[in-house]
Design a protein around this ligand. Structure first.
Ligand code: AMP
Length: 311
């Protein structure tokens, strides 16, 4: 595993691999690696011969300076974790400085309209421009054949898939299912910032999604069809969140998976139930695709999170 910090070095390493005939997989991360990131690395290794991982806390996608300052960083532990992945251990890890990625203030940015006006995009001005721009830069630097992103950041995944298509970047973009701890909480670098009590409150997030899944399933059983009663799912999730005053809910929405516009009250097909909430000043997001069996099963399989609400 080569660990490099400059664009020239990572290009050279990837070129060597490609010259050997390797298909290149790529996993962009902001470090503080956890089981979710490692799942992405394994998925990349399944779809490529050699994998590159980037570790870069991209300042342009942070809308709050305190969030950037407090974002966890632990490069040594990250490298140890990657080196321990056996056959999935990446060939190269690219860990650039901010100066390496942005030697001057960029005058060019990538802006994806249509998908970014709602949910996280509406609450975090400039966030998706920062993401779209750095992902485009990283794709141009690494030139991967396939790249893997997490479905936990569902809107980000859609933005990346769209920009790759619109700009003909020629990268296959795969979405990896959300990795959860036993209590249902989606693993996240930011979970490290939660103390015990905040962590307990945070469990209400997967509990709310689970309640939404159950309500949607009950509605489907009644209609004997694929129609999802999105209002019923939303109300069930909202009831759980409302029972937890320690959560400062930013949004809870049921949206169309392609446009992120509000779903119809009775939707035929899959919809996304998405939530963002602050717990003790830490912003957490999660989502589940209602009507998509593996997503629903992953939540229902977790040790049932305590909802604090009687069913
Ligand atoms: P980040 O380091 O937070 O920018 O995340 C890097 C990649 O890991 C993104 O594609 C995320 O969607 C993905 N990711 C983060 N958390 C999870 C998770 N719990 N399960 C699956 N993928 C995740």
């Amino acid at each position: 595993m080569d660990v490099v910090t400059t664009i020239e070095q990572v290009r050279a390493a990837v070129t060597r691999a490609r010259d050997d005939g390797a298909r290149i997989g790529f996993v962009p991360t902001m470090g503080a690696l956890h089981a979710g990131h490692l799942r992405l690395v394994h998925l990349a290794a399944e779809h490529a011969d050699q994998v590159a991982v980037s570790i870069f806390v991209n300042p342009t996608q942070f809308d709050r300076p305190e969030d950037l300052d407090s974002y966890p960083r632990d490069l040594d532990a990250d490298l140890d974790a990657l080196a321990a992945q056996g056959a999935a251990t990446p060939t190269v890890v690219f860990a650039p400085t901010v100066g390496q990625m942005y030697p001057r203030a960029p005058l060019t940015t990538v802006h994806v309209t249509g998908l970014t006006e709602r949910l996280c995009g509406a609450r975090r001005p400039g966030h998706f421009d920062g993401v779209a721009t750095v992902v485009t830069k990283l794709f141009n630097i690494v030139r991967p054949d396939v790249a893997v992103f997490g479905r936990k950041d569902r809107q980000q995944l859609a933005v990346v898939q769209r920009l790759v298509g619109d700009l003909d970047l020629g990268v296959e973009v795969l979405g990896c299912p959300t990795v959860r701890d036993d209590d249902g909480l989606a693993v996240s670098s930011r979970n490290r910032l939660l103390d015990e009590e905040a962590r307990r409150e945070a469990r209400a997030i997967p509990a709310a999604l689970t309640a939404g899944v159950r309500a949607a399933r009950a509605g489907r059983d009644r209609t004997h069809g694929s129609v999802i009663d999105t209002q019923r799912a939303h109300t069930a999730a909202r009831t759980v969140l409302d029972a937890h005053p320690g959560l400062d809910v930013e949004y809870l929405e049921v949206v169309d998976p392609d446009t992120f516009a509000p779903a119809e009250p009775r939707a035929d097909g899959t919809v996304i139930l998405a939530v963002a909430a602050f717990v003790d000043g830490v912003r957490l997001i999660d989502n589940v695709e209602l009507g998509f069996a593996p997503d629903e099963a992953a939540l229902l399989d977790c040790a049932a999170p305590h909802t604090g609400v009687d069913a």
